[in-house]
Structures are given as C-alpha cells and as structure tokens.
Design a protein around this ligand. Structure first.
Ligand SMILES: [Zn+2]
Length: 362
C-alpha cells in the first residue's frame, strides 16, 4: 500500500503539470560544435504542436505541384510531440523521441536566423511566418529533385518540407542549422528574383532549357552562400555528412563541372537524366566564400552577392548566370573585393566565362 502511494506521488510530481520555460534542442556552442542543451522558449508557443509566431510544423499531408512548379500542401495534421518537464529547477521540456528533438531544433534554428535577418538587411515580415510539412507524401517530380538535404523549400507555396533521415547521423539533417539556413536561402533567392514569396517560379517544373538549369544552379549557389555566410562556416554539412563536394573552402572549378548545354546535349539519349544543380551552384557559392576570406567580412560578402542578384534580376534574364557573375564584379568596389571576385572568376570559371570587367585591371 505504501509503495503504491509513493508511486502515485511520483506520477503526480512529474508529468506535464510543470510549465516549461526552456526546451531541449540542438544548438551551436561557442566552439562551433553542436550541443543538445536547454534554450529559452523565445517565440515557441506550443511545444506539442511545434508552433509559434515563426510558423507551425504539420505532420503528413500531401504536397502537389503544378506544371509551373507551384507547390500546394493539404491534409497535414497537427504535430503531437510527447515530452516531459520533470525538473522543477530548470523547467526544461525534454522530448521523448528523436522526432521531437529534430523538430524543436528546426524551429530553434529558424528563430536564431529570424533574429539575425535585419543585420543582413532583410525584413523578417517578408518571410515569417513560414510553415513546414513533416514527412508529407510527395509528388514523383519532387522526389526526383529532392536534394540530399532531406529538406526542401517549396516555391510559391512558401513552406518547408522536412523528411526523416534514412541513416542516423550525429546531427540529423533537419536539426542542422546550416541545412535550415540553406533552405531559407532558397526562400530569399526566390523572393529576390520573383519579388514575392507566393509568386510562381520563373521556369516551369519540367523545364529543361539552358536558362532553367542555370537558374536552378544559381538557386543552390545562393542558398549555400546564404547558409555559409550567415553561419560563417563554409562546410556546414560536416556536422551531419562528410560532403567535400559541397565544402565551399574546397578547390572547385568548372573544369570538372558539367554545364547546362553539355547536359542538354546528352540528356536526350539518357532517359532518366536529371540535372544535378549542385556542382555548378557550388562554384558560385565558393566564389562568395573566397570573397568572405579576402575581405574578412561574411555579412558584407552576403550583401555583395545579394545586391548583385537584385541588379541582375532587374536586367531581366534569370537564366543568364554569366550575367550575374559580370554584375557581381562590376558592382564590387575596386580593391580587395573586386580583386577577389576577379581571381575567383578566373580560377573557378576559366574556359567557361571571362568577366570583361576584370580584363587588364589586375
Ligand atoms: Zn537546395
């Protein structure tokens, strides 16, 4: 009888009766490593539903895509993350499965980023709230294109798609701050180039023109630049995956990269040929990282690329990747910034494109 009463006492003392003021999530420590540690609630309003003023995560549901590449999401259910708050001293919510830890970490990374956006000249109200779909059913066309990040930004629908990792990692992909920022970078590039987060993509979902392939690569290149420069980490994948091909401090050059025209020339023969946008995109992102190293200013390097994208967009040809490179150089102030861009253009794009503004100046 006494044991039973004791048990009841303990059941009553823990459980959800305590109100959490912190929740457990992956964060990056001062040493650049990931730690699972308590963070304050910030804008998170409902831990069970993973919902707050920055957005809400839904579970399941169906993603559809039209020919223009516009995405729609329907039928998602409210998330139900199980957790305990059993320490009256720290009042920290502890998720009871990995899914909860991943989704809270995802939300927490978004919140960190939201707090930095104005430092980079962006208006957070343009992008937030932004919802996410956890493990939805996806259309075939999207599965083919889905990057290995296991996360995606759905253009026009303006939401994130998050998938479960198939292989367990130290830091699950959706809990990796760099991956979250990469996907957010897609939202930014979409907005910069089409002017509205809810507007259609400039090229259709099935488009396979030189212009559309260039644009897709620039999307990836900007997204990687955004993640690397806001985190000041050129190899943000490393905490989850060893991917030297995406490490922006690597010695990548166009010599080993297929260009859209070459791809299109062979794609007809290979029935299942799918354009891989990353290698070409990485060249642009590595150029942005070179600029950061040369000027020792990651925020300025991102601003330089962003301003170039805006000017280039106004020129009216979103498939003209070389035009972006030219504009980027032309807008860079003479000195270390322009020298860096010219030397990167020469080293990384030799044989594919020569930037006229660099000729003879250096
Ligand atoms: Zn991407």
């Amino acid at each position: 009888m006494r044991a039973a009463l004791l048990l009841l006492f303990f059941v009553g003392a823990c459980g959800p009766s305590l109100e959490a003021t912190n929740y457990l999530r992956f964060g990056i420590g001062g040493d650049g490593e990931y730690y699972v540690s308590p963070e304050s609630m910030g804008t998170m309003q409902d831990l069970e539903a993973v919902s707050g003023s920055l957005g809400t995560v839904h579970q399941g549901g169906l993603v559809t895509m039209n020919a223009q590449g516009d995405t729609f999401y329907e039928g998602g259910r409210a998330m139900r993350v199980d957790f305990d708050v059993d320490d009256p001293m720290t009042l920290t919510a502890v998720p009871l499965d990995e899914q909860g830890l991943v989704l809270w970490s995802f939300y927490g990374h978004l919140e960190d980023l939201a707090g930095e956006l104005s430092d980079h000249g962006f208006d957070r109200d343009v992008f937030f709230p932004i919802d996410a779909a956890w493990t939805p059913v996806l259309p075939d066309a999207m599965l083919e294109m889905l990057p290995m990040e296991n996360a995606a930004y759905a253009t026009a629908g303006h939401f994130f798609i998050l998938l479960q990792d198939l292989i367990s990692k130290d830091v699950p992909l959706a809990a990796n701050a760099g991956i979250v920022r990469h996907e957010f970078g897609h939202a930014v590039f979409h907005w910069l180039t089409v002017g509205d987060t809810l507007a259609s993509s400039p090229f259709g979902a099935g488009a396979q023109s030189e212009s559309s392939l260039f644009y897709t690569s620039l999307h990836e290149g900007y997204a990687d630049s955004f993640a690397a420069l806001t985190l000041d980490d050129p190899d943000f994948f490393a905490a989850s995956l060893n991917m030297p091909a995406r490490d922006l401090s690597g010695d990548h050059s166009v010599a080993t990269v297929q260009l859209p025209a070459e791809f299109l020339a062979t794609a007809d023969e290979e029935l299942l040929a799918i354009w891989d946008p990353y290698p070409l995109g990485t060249l642009f992102a590595a150029t942005a990282w070179d600029l950061r190293l040369a000027t020792n200013d990651s925020a300025q390097a991102l601003a330089s690329l962003t301003t170039a994208v805006l000017t280039w967009t106004d020129q009216g040809d979103l498939g003209d990747a070389w035009g972006l490179l030219d504009t980027w150089v032309e807008q860079a102030p003479a000195g270390p910034a322009r020298d860096s861009l010219c030397s990167s253009a020469e080293r990384r794009f030799a044989g594919a494109h020569t930037v006229a503004a660099c000729g003879g100046v250096r």
